[in-house]
Structures are given as structure tokens and as C-alpha cells.
Design a protein around this ligand. Sequence first.
Ligand code: AMP
Ligand code: FE
Ligand code: FE
Ligand code: ZN
Length: 291
Amino acid sequence: MVVEHSRRFAGPADLHLHSNQSDGTESPAEVVRQAHAYGLRTVALTDHDRTTGWAEAAEAAHGLGMTFIPGMELSAKHEWRSVHVLGYLFDPDDGDLRAETERIRSDRVGRAERIVRSIGRDYDLHWDDVLAQTTTDATVGRPHIADALVARGIVRDRTEAFDGILHPREGYYEPHYAPDPLTAVRLITNAGGVAIIAHPVTAGRDRMMPVPFIDRLVDAGLGGFEVDHRENTEAGKALLRDIATRRGLIVTGSSDYHGTGKPNRPGENTTSDDMVERLIAKATGSTPSYP
Ligand code: AMP
Ligand code: FE
Ligand code: FE
Ligand code: ZN
């Protein structure tokens, strides 16, 4: 009897990439081509609150002999903290998850309009400028407002926009609806997916969720943490590895590539083959597409 080895993918793997279906600057196929050019052989597309890029990315991956893992970065919120929950290999037709992403995405539009109206009182910026920076129905976020500010010549790039006008301290910031992380983890898990907290310990952004709350997320089905990410602090990475060992969790490493929208390059952090294998083994909602 021939026993097929379960590991049919090849590393290196980068499990966090964005396309123009959300706030990346390239099409899903172009994102995959870039990842291939940087030496990656397994990739996940993780647009914010949206799965529409999967088919195009999977087809591009096939053409290049790569493994494609479907994913999404779900916007959540713990108290005042923005928390991003990566979901992998869930059922994209799950009704509860779809309803929640629709709610987030539609609230993001009204919120972006409010931010732009507020900025427009002080700068020459209009909603049309933002629409010109998004593909049809893309998940709208501050990065698109940043691109509009660049197009208007008000700032040089996204980084300058986030450090200035879009920073909450400047007073134009508005929150958007987002579920609690417990809800986010349950939705992804109930849809057969694996939930991984994205960049949990960023220095410049929001502080980490308290460890007792993280333990509750694990009890609710959390699969692991994105440890190797350029925005995680070194002390934070060590703490996350300790928790992962204690609770038997998956740890990933990823670039969080956004095309030209951020300096992050594909493959600058990667996930080990063992961890990719655990992720695939844990999921029941959908399957990777292999070359
Ligand atoms: P939003 O979810 O609309 O509040 O926007 C947050 C998004 O902006 C995140 O998903 C990041 O991809 C992006 N972002 C955050 N900080 C920066 C930055 N300094 N430069 C470029 N993009 C950023
Ligand atoms: Fe983003
Ligand atoms: Fe994120
Ligand atoms: Zn991301």
C-alpha cells in the first residue's frame, strides 16, 4: 500500500499578503507573481474582511507551481485596541462569517466618508479622490485615504499620511464597527478555519491584549499567533512563543505585504513547513490548492 505523505506543499511559505481587493496595491495574480519572484513557494492571500481574490490568486499560484492557502484578515476590536485576526482555510460560504464581514465592510465605507469629510474641512480632499484609489468594492481603509492624499500632493506616501493626518492624535480619526476578538475567533473556527492573531505585539500601534484574555481566545479555539512580523517587538515575540509552547499553538511568520503601500517585502518573514502542515491539518473548511 502506498501511503501518500501529507506534506505536498513546498516552503518557503509567506501566509500574510494583501491585494487590491483590500489595501494592497496589486492584483491578486500580481501579488502571487511577486511572492514567487522573492523565492516563495507557498502563499496565503489575506485581504481585510474579503475573500474575492482567492480564485485569481490560486490560478496564478498553479501556473507558477506554488501552493495557495486561502485566507483573510478579519478586523476585530478589544476595548480600544484594533485586533486583526487572520483566518485560514475556512469555508468562504459560511453564512455567519459572511454576514459579519459584510457588516464590517459596509461600516468601513461610512467611516471612511466621515474621515474624509473631516479632513476635507482643512485640506483639499474629497470622497471622489478616495474612490479613484480603490478597485470595485475593495475593503476601504485608511490606506486608500492615504493614497488619495498622495494623489492630491498633500503627503509624499502612505507612511507620511499614517504618521500625520491619519494618526488618531490629529483628530480626523474615526473608528469603524468591528467584532470582539472572541467573536472573530469563534466565527473563523466555526467556519472550519484556523484563527491566528496577526501582529499581536506592535510597538507603535496598539498594546497587546492582556494574557488572561488571550487564554480565553485559546479556549474559544484560537489556533496561534503571527510571531515573526516586522512590527512585533522582540520582547513580545518571546512572550508569544512562551504562550504558544504552554498552550500548544501554531506560530507563523509573514511579511504583511501591501505592494507599494508599505516597505514590507514578500518573504521577509516566513512560516516553517511544520507549522504550515499543522495549519492545514487543523482546518476543515476548505483545502489548499496544490500545484
Ligand atoms: P484601517 O483598518 O482603515 O484603520 O487602516 C489600517 C490599515 O492601514 C492596516 O491594515 C495597515 O495595512 C495599514 N497601515 C497601518 N499603518 C500603516 C503605515 N504606517 N503605512 C502604511 N499602511 C499602514
Ligand atoms: Fe492592511
Ligand atoms: Fe493587520
Ligand atoms: Zn495585514
